[in-house]
Design a protein around this ligand. Structure first.
Ligand SMILES: [Cu+2]
Length: 364
């Protein structure tokens, strides 16, 4: 890779001193942009807005909070098939209809996904000119059961040609990858296929240049549940992503679910003893690898989610771009547990958060 002390320094300087180089950042008060993403390794002072001290200086992470949480990463975490929307609004984007058997129980799942250019705030004061599915990065999490029929009406309301390329079995004309598959601005296309195999998949734009179209924000999670489902659990979606704010083919901001250090400020609340299932997808562009490390405990790994038996029990998982894995664990102790990329640089640049495990009183 091209990582040298000089480039590392320039990335830090970009973040800490130069207003982060993003479109829109120039409009920010310099004092707010300065030091927006700080390392967690010893910076105790210099908070610019006075609200970042709650977790102690060594854990400050990003200073301040983003001004708009739309969608809120804490909501995105547990939203499946637009479940965060009120029913009448949800029906615009997602409908399910039983398919006559045999076999019984299959559903036709219909989605409306649109591409739209939208500026998003990825760290306090750091705005990124994203290309999005349905105005959000990552795009909405789609979820079906193996054997269901999936029909996605895709409308390109963006300024460039886009597609949706799904991972999973499908005929070639549904692949969204070839020149003839490009959906021009103002046009639409309907993707239709059976949901298989069960597992944790993703979808993303496959227009060229591919790295630019993915990194701009056109990706999301596609979960296919096994026919019998998985054991009940508290389920979370975490997409490891990053942003090249100055378009030098190197990332300045890292996160899960877009907003740097969001879960340092808003820890992910989980219950002691309850099964927690994390759907981890790596879409990070420009870096060969990303990773997920959880403190104080271990988790079972189901790579690509295509088997029901764990293949590995560890506390650190490494994923290439496009790779994903389902993690399962139970918090044994109450309290705060850090999770982050084990690439320290990614952690310092935003990819770090906290779980807060709480005891739940069970009245018997
Ligand atoms: Cu695209």
């Amino acid at each position: 890779m091209h990582e040298t002390p000089a480039t590392t320094l320039s990335r830090r300087l970009l973040l800490r001193l130069a207003g982060l180089g993003s479109v829109g950042a120039a409009a920010l008060a310099a004092s707010r942009a300065r030091g927006a993403v700080q390392g967690y390794g010893g910076h105790a002072g210099g908070h610019v807005d006075g609200q970042a001290d709650r977790h102690g200086g060594h854990l400050a992470g990003a200073v301040g909070r983003v001004t708009s949480l739309d969608p809120d990463p804490s909501v995105y975490l547990r939203s499946f098939n637009f479940s965060h929307l009120p029913p009448n609004e949800r029906a615009r984007f997602y409908r399910e209809t039983p398919i006559a058997g045999p076999p019984e129980g299959k559903l036709l799942r219909e989605y409306e996904i649109y591409a739209v250019d939208r500026e998003i705030e990825i760290a306090p004061g750091v705005f990124f000119p994203a290309w999005t599915y349905n105005g959000q990065v990552p795009g909405p999490t789609l979820r079906a059961t193996e054997g269901d029929r999936v029909r996605v009406r895709f409308l390109n309301q963006g300024s460039h040609p886009h597609t949706i390329h799904f991972h999973g079995w499908h005929p070639p004309q549904m692949d969204g990858s070839m020149p003839e598959h490009q959906v021009q601005p103002g046009d639409e296309f309907v993707y239709e296929f059976d949901a298989e195999p069960f597992g944790l998949h993703l979808y993303h734009c496959h227009a060229v240049p591919l790295k630019r179209h993915i990194h701009k924000g056109l990706y999301g999670t596609f979960i296919v549940d096994p026919p019998g489902g998985r054991p009940p659990a508290d389920e979370l979606v975490m997409v490891m992503n990053a942003f090249d704010t100055n378009f030098d083919a190197d990332n300045e901001v890292y996160a899960v679910n877009t907003v740097a250090h969001h879960h340092l400020h808003a820890p992910v609340e989980v219950r002691v003893g309850e099964l927690v299932r994390i759907y981890v997808v790596n879409v990070t562009e420009f870096d060969l690898l990303n990773s997920f490390h959880l403190h104080g405990m271990f988790f079972d790994v189901f790579r690509t989610g295509t088997r029901l038996e764990t293949s590995e029990t560890t506390d650190t998982l490494m994923l290439c771009q496009g790779e994903r894995a389902i993690l399962e664990t139970r918090f044994r102790y109450p309290g705060r547990f850090m999770f982050h990329a084990h690439q320290s640089e990614f952690a310092e640049l935003g990819w770090m958060g906290l779980f807060e495990a709480v005891e739940v009183r069970r009245d018997t």
